[in-house]
Design a protein around this ligand. Structure first.
Ligand code: PDD
Length: 288
């Protein structure tokens, strides 16, 4: 293995094969934990402050005590990346409530488990950006805590697996007839030059989504944060996905039907360009 040879585990860098946690870790027993996936470009952690904000917010929401300060988490992320030679990749950060005999109540005095893994990741395949991707609609069977980035991802995993087995790039989730987001990305559609995306109302407060909304508005493009019905998505001029590992990605088919012209649309390409520009600036060490 060329990366993640060393895993950050509770304050130490440990060889991958020796990084062990308890069989009663609550992340394992109850999905009682949170995570972040952070992109590393040119050795810099992309949008790190936003990730730290969300991570701290999630820990507060679940009343899990962060074992490190905000700066400490930032440093540990960079340390894990550096130790594994990951200058282009992702860093996965997971915090669970820790290990304790299996009882539902929050245990007293359990030490939270913090794990950080760095892996190489070159970004999505260029052909996906050029041609666009296919998505499959799936029911959004998640719960009421989607605004917290918990490790309880089984509904997302199942939805994505269905999409994957149909040869699709992503599943887009539909709740009460309204498109919420992807299994691991945010979704947008475009109609008559206006960009639409679901409001932050029981969906993940995606960092890429927030960025893209601001970037479009700066360019004078109108963005409406409203729920859009799946029928309107199907009839949209453009559909796009956004996320840390997805970047800004054109969608050209939904459930086997073409979207608009069947090619990446104009506002999608603008979003891709704006995002890329930012990524390149951080890669060159010019911004955070
Ligand atoms: N997923 N929506 C969901 C349900 C997600 O899991 C993600 C990210 C996003 C995009 O969020 P952001 O722009 O902050 O990456 C939206 C990560 C990458 C994952 O689970 O692998």
């Amino acid at each position: 293995m060329t990366n993640s040879e060393l895993v950050y585990l509770n304050g130490e860098l440990v060889p991958y094969g020796e990084a062990k946690i308890s069989v009663e870790d609550r992340g394992f027993n109850f999905s009682d934990g949170i995570y972040e996936v952070i992109r590393v470009v040119g050795g810099n952690a992309f949008r790190i402050e936003s990730h730290l904000d969300r991570f701290e917010g999630g820990a507060r929401a679940l009343e899990i005590e962060l074992p490190l300060t905000r700066d400490g988490v930032h440093e540990a992320v960079l340390e894990a990346a550096r130790a594994n030679g990951v200058t282009e990749g992702t860093v996965y950060v997971q915090l669970s409530r820790g290990a304790a005999p299996r009882k539902h109540a929050f245990p007293e005095g359990a030490r939270p488990t913090l794990v950080i893994l760095a892996r190489l990741f070159p970004g999505p395949a260029p052909e996906h950006f050029e041609k666009g991707v296919e998505v499959l609609t799936q029911p959004d069977l998640r719960w009421g805590y989607c605004e917290v980035k918990t490790v309880g991802l089984l509904p997302n995993v199942i939805a994505f697996q269905h999409a994957r087995s149909e040869g699709c790039f992503e599943a887009i989730l539909v709740r009460d007839g309204i498109v919420t987001e992807g299994s691991h990305s945010s979704t947008f559609c475009v109609r008559d030059g206006i960009v639409y995306t679901h409001p932050i109302d029981n969906i993940l407060p995606s960092i890429t989504r927030k960025y893209l909304i601001e970037a479009y508005r700066t360019e004078g493009v109108e963005v409406r944060e409203v729920g859009v019905r799946i029928e309107e998505y199907r009839a949209a001029d453009e559909i796009l996905l956004a996320g840390t590992t997805t970047e800004v990605m054109p969608v050209v088919q939904v459930d086997g039907e073409l979207v608009g012209s069947g090619r990446p649309g104009e506002l999608t390409r603008l979003g891709m360009e704006l995002y890329r520009r930012d990524l390149e600036a951080v890669r060159a060490g010019k911004a955070g």
